[in-house]
Each structure stands twice: as structure tokens, then as C-alpha cells.
Write a protein that binds this ligand. Structure first.
Ligand code: SAM
Length: 243
């Protein structure tokens, strides 16, 4: 029997998890950007600015923005002159992104449907690999990290931003109450989709703590793995280098 994995708080087969994650993002794609603003009070824009500041994209670099969705992070890196490949398992999210890129007149982007666990790119193809609020949705995270390492050039950098449970007493209770009560309700009112937003909250809670994720980044072969907490640990920027 195949090992079961968590889809939010439910145990399902790995194939079923990947299928259901696909359903969640197809279902939220059209409302994804407005919901991000509502759920984070606009904070996700600041987090993404800070993240791209850490990546330091340079003109002419090739960057893979994995689980790039509707392009928020890719657009910021393309504006700094990098050539960005936006890859995501979900074609609906990418379609919304392509439309936004057209409206914003951004051209140094390419779009590709890809599963982070099995990339179609050649070895040593990219200068940097980014994945923002994506990796917690991936069924086999160690496989995705190994693929990130494979497609990077020597000297290439890995950057990941993900939610993390807060350790601040008081704040973590407040955040738990907010996320489990408010976010699914906002999802229901705005997108008529309480279940998808309940999954998003549960997947945040189940994601490994920063120290444990940092160890996974090292195990995939990256050196100088680091975890930089932001905002009381609500969001963490992880990084590592390929040598
Ligand atoms: N990075 C974007 C951002 O920050 O706005 C999108 C983040 S969104 C919360 C998560 C994305 O991960 C979705 O677009 C989803 O389709 C994608 N995803 C989930 N599992 C994936 C996988 N196995 N491979 C590639 N993308 C995946």
C-alpha cells in the first residue's frame, strides 16, 4: 500500500493529494490575487519585495520561479532585468499570470507547466531558483529540493519563502484563531470557496518548522542553508547555495 500523506488535516494517497491541490488552485485562480491582498492585509506585497531584495536578480540572469502561479514574484524579478521562467503545475494559475503580464507590458518571461518534483529542464540551466508560498503544496518536498539543486548552475542560489508557525506566545494563538476562523470565511464570502481556503490554512500549519526545513535544504545538497524569519516568524525566507 502507498504511504498516505496529508492533504490539509486529511490523510490521502500521494496521487490524490497532487490531484486535490490542483483542484484547489484551479478553483482559486481567478480570485487568487484579490484574496492574497484581503487575507494578508496587503502584507504579501511587502514580503515579496523583501524576498526579491534577497534574491538580487541581475540583468541577463536566468531564474526559475517555481510554483510561480500568477507571476507576482516573477514580475518583480523580470523588472530588474532577469529572464524568468515561470513554472507551475497548474495551467489555470499560469493563464491568469500571462494575462497580467500582457496588461503590464512585461516581456522577458516564459511560462511552462511543470511539476516541481520532476522538472523537464536540463541540469545546470539556471542562476537562481525561487519558490514562494509553493513548496508546502508539493507532495514530495525532498524530491522538489533535489530537482532545484539539479537545475541550478554551480554558484546558483536557492530561495524559498514560506509561512511558518509563529513561536511568539500570544501572537501564535491570535494568528491561529485568525487563520482558522477568518480566512475560510473570507474565502466563502469573496470566492464562495470555504474548503479551498481551509486547506490553505491547514497546509500552513502542517509545514515543517524553519529549523526542520533548513535541514531538508541541506540534505538536498545546498550549502550555507539559512532560515531568516520575518514578522515574528510568520513568514520565513530560506536560502542555500549550490557549489
Ligand atoms: N508563487 C506564487 C505567489 O506567491 O503568488 C503562487 C503561490 S500559490 C499559493 C501556490 C502555487 O503552487 C500554485 O500556483 C500551485 O499550482 C503551485 N503548486 C502546487 N503544487 C505544485 C507542484 N507540485 N509543482 C509545481 N507547482 C505546484
Amino acid at each position: 500500500m502507498t504511504d498516505q500523506v496529508n492533504f490539509g488535516d486529511e490523510l490521502v494517497s500521494p496521487e490524490e493529494k497532487t490531484r486535490r491541490v490542483g483542484q484547489v488552485f484551479s478553483s482559486v485562480a481567478r480570485r487568487y490575487d484579490v484574496m492574497n491582498d484581503l487575507m494578508s492585509g496587503g502584507m504579501h506585497r511587502l514580503w515579496k519585495d523583501r524576498f526579491v531584495g534577497r534574491v538580487k536578480p541581475r540583468p541577463g540572469e536566468d531564474i526559475l520561479d517555481m510554483a510561480g502561479g500568477t507571476g507576482d514574484v516573477a514580475f518583480r524579478m523580470a523588472r530588474r532585468g532577469a529572464r524568468v521562467t515561470v513554472a507551475d503545475i497548474n495551467a489555470d494559475m499560469l493563464e491568469v499570470g500571462k494575462e497580467r503580464a500582457r496588461r503590464q507590458g512585461l516581456s522577458n518571461l516564459s511560462w511552462q507547466v511543470e511539476n516541481a518534483e520532476r522538472l523537464s529542464f536540463a541540469d545546470a540551466r539556471f542562476d537562481a531558483y525561487t519558490i514562494v508560498f509553493g513548496i508546502r503544496n508539493v507532495t514530495d518536498i525532498p524530491a522538489a529540493l533535489r530537482e532545484a539543486h539539479r537545475v541550478l548552475k554551480r554558484g546558483g542560489r536557492f530561495f524559498c519563502m514560506e509561512f511558518s508557525s509563529s513561536d511568539w506566545p500570544g501572537f501564535s494563538n491570535l494568528y491561529d484563531a485568525y487563520s482558522s476562523n477568518v480566512i475560510p470565511k473570507v474565502g466563502k464570502w469573496v470566492a464562495d470557496d470555504e474548503e479551498s481556503y481551509r486547506y490553505l490554512v491547514e497546509s500552513i500549519r502542517r509545514f515543517p518548522r524553519p529549523g526542520a526545513f533548513k535541514a531538508m535544504v541541506s540534505e538536498a545538497g545546498f550549502v550555507r542553508a539559512a532560515a531568516e524569519p520575518m514578522l515574528g516568524g510568520l513568514v520565513t525566507i530560506h536560502s542555500g547555495w549550490k557549489i
